[in-house]
Ligand binder design. Structure first.
Ligand SMILES: [Zn+2]
Length: 296
């Protein structure tokens, strides 16, 4: 039961009214820490790699490690490629053993976004081991090599969502609702909850068609997170926070132990800090204790 697609995890979460965290990792220590947090919390979990670490570490290496760790974890774990605009890299990750990929066609014109997303979805579905996420509207900020300047991000039009999902055949859907990647410049970012609710109603009002993903979890207030979970967000993406935990913990350790030169000690410190951060998110999202949940 350990290896699952993002769609599997999200469907269960959707029907049981909680949300699964999707945590971006850039190295093995983080991947282990995220899975260890899931074991400690008995929570389902999604590991994500953005395009740069996927290329750098290679999809078959990442998928191979994922397979071993997920097999031993005893809790449901998905591995997803995050925000990829390269159809060929999506296909390589699908072939390598990722259980999910996100094709991000949000910066392409409407018809091109549909055609490319559909190509990835058809490829994944033919394999039968991988689900596909699509995005409509553009999430602001910086994620890996994707930049959306202020004013260039645009929000998901609810009236086009059903057509988008039907024509692309995606399994999970990311509507842009004003959340952003990176660090929010204000304490009260303008998150369009009504738009999220409208998208959810149109798409999944009668039956679940594609559970919704919220991007840009880092820095959102607990009340906004809880409101989105109540509105049936099935996944929350957390990336920037894990990068900060990794780098800040490393910097602090080196500062406190200037003469130690012990990489293993730094790894242990990072592992523990990432694990605590992820565990706290699992409590916030309501996924703790849900590892054995099955959707009814
Ligand atoms: Zn994102």
């Amino acid at each position: 039961m350990s290896r699952q697609t993002a769609r599997d995890l999200m469907e269960t979460a959707y029907y049981s009214h909680y949300c699964v965290g999707a945590f971006n990792i850039t190295n093995l220590i983080q991947m282990e820490a995220v899975i260890d947090a899931a074991i400690r919390k008995q929570s389902p979990v999604m590991i994500q790699t953005s395009v740069t670490p996927a290329r750098f570490l290679r999809p078959e290496v990442l998928a191979g490690i994922y397979e071993i760790l997920a097999h031993d974890a005893g809790v449901p774990v998905a591995l997803q490629l995050d925000h990829c605009r390269d159809v060929n890299l999506c296909k390589l990750c699908i072939d390598s053993g990722y259980s999910s990929v996100m094709f991000d066609g949000s910066s392409f014109p409407w018809e091109e976004n549909i055609a490319l997303t559909r190509e990835v979805a058809d490829y994944a579905h033919a394999k039968g081991t991988c689900s596909v996420e699509g995005e409509l509207g553009l999430v602001g900020g910086v994620e890996d090599d994707i930049f959306a300047e202020d004013g260039t991000s645009f929000l998901c039009p609810p009236e086009r969502v059903v057509e988008f999902v039907e024509r692309t055949r995606i399994d999970t859907m990311a509507p842009a609702i004003g959340t952003a990647h990176g660090v929010y410049k204000t304490d009260n970012p303008n998150i369009d909850l009504e738009r999220f609710e409208a998208v959810e109603k149109r798409l999944n009002g009668r039956r679940l068609v594609a559970p919704l993903v919220v991007h840009g979890g880092t820095g959102l207030s607990e009340s906004i997170v809880k409101k989105l979970v109540a509105l049936r967000a099935a996944t929350f993406n957390v990336s920037t926070e894990l990068k900060h935990v990794l780098l800040d913990t490393t910097a602090r350790y080196l500062e406190d132990h200037p003469n130690e030169y012990n990489p293993g000690a730094v790894d242990r410190e990072v592992h523990s800090a990432v694990k605590n951060c992820v565990a706290a998110w699992m409590d916030k999202l309501g996924s703790a204790g849900k590892a054995d949940e099955r959707h009814k």
